[in-house]
Ligand binder design. Structure first.
Ligand SMILES: Nc1ncnc2c1ncn2[C@@H]1O[C@H](COP(=O)(O)OP(=O)(O)O)[C@@H](O)[C@H]1O
Ligand SMILES: [Mg+2]
Length: 240
């Protein structure tokens, strides 16, 4: 497998707080990579930095053989790197259909957006096809998360970064979302943030552990579960 995504030595400071400390993350094409860590450990900052929402103090990011360090979010998206947000970002007052239409506007002519029949198939898969006329703000959180995912998949990304995709969902919904994410692997590479090991264990080929902005472990979930430093600093605090 070739490297799809390479982040080197990422550093970001917010005043006196070091949110990212020399973080290195490599993801190979087709690999599902997880990132775990307690609240405030820098997981969202990492994705924000990679997708151009947050300016780094130092470090470099390569994606699909291209240097995307400092590239603006819409250009990162056009380059094939999509992301979803911990707090869902949709247009609450617009219909589901108009949300999807708006997502398409981000794309330029050269972008690799889905054909009409592929869009139909996507909406069927995400069980949104019967909700197209609904106002997005009236959807359940689970439906909103599926809508956000559909919006990002419109551009046929090579890699999608999901920030706590099961956050706030009920147990049955979590199982359904896990199935969606397992099926998503056939469409693109996945980078997934979670703060529970359970989700990562089921989804990820490899997992990176962040604690106070520092990567303290990187390996297959089975090894990470046995890692003494991870147990002492993270899993020991009842997140397992
Ligand atoms: N824009 C910001 N300005 C100042 N501090 C921030 C900002 N974004 C995040 N932080 C701080 O950086 C740390 C890491 O936050 P975050 O990346 O959201 O962690 P996580 O996603 O792992 O919970 C936290 O202490 C948070 O309060
Ligand atoms: Mg976060």
């Amino acid at each position: 497998m070739t490297d799809l995504f390479v982040a080197r030595d990422l550093c970001k400071r917010f005043g006196g707080l070091q949110a990212l400390r020399n973080v290195d993350v490599v993801q190979r094409a087709g690999e599902t990579l997880g990132m775990i860590g307690p609240n405030g450990s820098g997981k969202t900052s990492f994705v924000n930095a990679v997708t151009g929402e947050l300016a780094l103090d130092s470090g470099t990011i390569d994606f699909a053989g291209r240097d995307i360090t400092g590239v603006r979010p819409h250009k990162v998206a056009r380059a094939g790197l999509a992301r979803t947000f911990q707090a869902v970002r949709i247009f609450a007052r617009l219909s589901v259909r108009d949300n999807l239409q708006t997502a398409m506007l981000v794309l330029d002519d050269a972008a690799n957006s889905l054909e009409a029949e592929e869009r139909v198939e996507l909406l069927h898969w995400l069980k949104l096809d019967h909700r197209l006329d609904a106002v997005a703000g009236s959807l359940t959180l689970f439906e909103q998360r599926r809508l956000e995912l559909a919006m990002r998949l419109m551009m046929r990304p090579q890699l999608i970064m999901l920030d706590e995709p099961v956050g706030g969902l009920a147990p049955g919904e979590i199982r359904a979302m896990m199935q969606i994410l397992n099926e998503l692997k056939a469409r693109c590479s996945i980078f997934v943030i979670e703060h529970t090991m359970r989700v990562i264990r089921e989804l990820a080929d490899r997992v990176v552990v962040l604690i106070t902005g520092e990567k303290i472990a990187d390996g297959p979930p089975v090894d990470i579960l046995k890692d003494q430093r991870v147990i002492e600093q993270y899993l020991g605090t009842a997140h397992a």
